[in-house]
Ligand binder design. Sequence first.
Ligand SMILES: Nc1ncnc2c1ncn2[C@@H]1O[C@H](COP(=O)(O)OP(=O)(O)OP(=O)(O)O)[C@@H](O)[C@H]1O
Ligand SMILES: [Mg+2]
Length: 334
Amino acid sequence: MKAEDLLFSHPFPVVVTDGEGKIKLVNQKFEALVNRSQKYLKGKYLFSLLEGGEKLKKHLLEAYNKSIDVLGVRLGDRYFSFSPLYVSNNLKGVVVVVEPAGELSFGEDILLLLKGLSHEIRNPLGGIKGAAKLFKELSSYDEELVNVMIEEIERIERLLNDVVRSFDFSSLSFKKENIHRLIQQAVELFSSRISEMDIEILYRFDPSLPEIPVDADRLLQALINLIKNAIEAMEECPRRILKLETGYAIHPSGFIFIKVSDTGKGMDSEELKNFSLPFFTTKEKGLGLGSFIVREVVKGHGGELKVESRKGEGTSVTLLLPMKREDGKDSCGR
Ligand SMILES: Nc1ncnc2c1ncn2[C@@H]1O[C@H](COP(=O)(O)OP(=O)(O)OP(=O)(O)O)[C@@H](O)[C@H]1O
Ligand SMILES: [Mg+2]
């Protein structure tokens, strides 16, 4: 068996270089990744082909010079691993494997799952709806009952569309927005629960913040989930304060922050670790999707998410959002 055959069947892009990063061999997946043929690639430096490749150089040289595996180096939405290549006990070069970053594909997997699920539900629904319509054509039937059936089916159809749409974070549309207006809009949705539970609300807004480019629907969705979590965390607590802060982030610069803090039950280190994983929940009726949505929305905006929590004291979640789009545009595109 030749080395080429082994590489060919590898599920990810693989490239073999010498000790300096000069390409000796690639598999087809790597050819596709950089959109170049094996012939073109041979003898070229790996770093010169990939955007941000300089960052990889250090790790590749380290793998070769120290003869160690360097795993999980993240560049953009990919992970790179570097392993020394031995041929008959002689160090000959480095094997570099490129994998899609887990986090990113996880969200995409969920979306595919939801799309599949919604497709599976939609098919039988269509059948039932058709049957109900035929039913209407019979000479004796209870019209009101059939209309209820049809309306309910249509409601489920709309719900399915909404679910799929709300998990598709790949196509956000950006427009300059007043962040404070969005926060207030989210809080207002909980106004009856806030007064029932006697929650004190503290606003600490920086009025000098400019409007920033966001996908207003998605950011609202994230804020609603944050406030919902904060309120739910305070259910058993006698002292209930929900604090909403905004301001310019010191680090990273060029970002604003939105901070939602509660005096609720807090999280231990295990909960904190799992908090934004899809389907992680400690609530009897929770789906475990709220914080996952927050994370994905923030990621879609090129922002960062920070969580601080103390068991029995409370939680603060901070969204850091860039004031400008990376591509220089304020609207449209990702
Ligand atoms: N503000 C908070 N205070 C304490 N724990 C929190 C807070 N926010 C999230 N958590 C913890 O993280 C878990 C996951 O939160 P997430 O919003 O993803 O799901 P959920 O609230 O359980 O369900 P869903 O949001 O889908 O209704 C929660 O079950 C809870 O244990
Ligand atoms: Mg939640």
